[in-house]
Design a protein around this ligand. Structure first.
Ligand SMILES: [Zn+2]
Ligand SMILES: [Zn+2]
Length: 129
């Protein structure tokens, strides 16, 4: 592999281009590109467009959505199951069923679920929200 090819792989990976496409573009095998990228991983991690999944530690791309904290919905659910009240310093009670609620901002939620919201609206004739 030439230095130029290495540079192009790095640039293309940073643009989010897949291994197969890069391999075709540079006339290399997919495995060559992959193993090169694997060795370069430590370099890529220092870039600011990436962060680590709060659950599994996997590297995630945050160039499009900077508030991402998890690599997948599965990890997000796992994490929230372990930390159900994290980031939720405020508590209140569902105005419909009385269940305890946790919220990020005071007064953010009035109902424990969409179901309670609907039920409460029916009870009030829909006008008291
Ligand atoms: Zn994850
Ligand atoms: Zn409720």
């Amino acid at each position: 592999m030439t230095n130029e090819q290495r540079e192009r792989i790095t640039t293309m990976r940073q643009c989010g281009i897949g291994y197969i496409k890069i391999a075709q573009e540079l006339g290399l095998s997919e495995n060559t590109v992959k193993s090169y990228c694997r060795r370069q991983k430590s370099v890529v991690t220092t870039k600011e467009e990436t962060t680590r999944c709060a659950e599994c530690g996997k590297l995630i791309d945050i160039s499009k959505r900077s508030n991402r904290r998890f690599c997948s919905d599965t990890c997000r659910m796992k994490w929230w199951n372990k930390h159900p009240k994290a980031d939720m310093p405020y508590t209140a009670f569902c105005v419909c069923c009385g269940k305890e609620l946790h919220m990020r901002r005071k007064g953010e939620r009035k109902y424990c679920s969409h179901h309670c919201y609907i039920v409460a609206r029916y009870k009030d004739g829909g006008g008291n929200d």
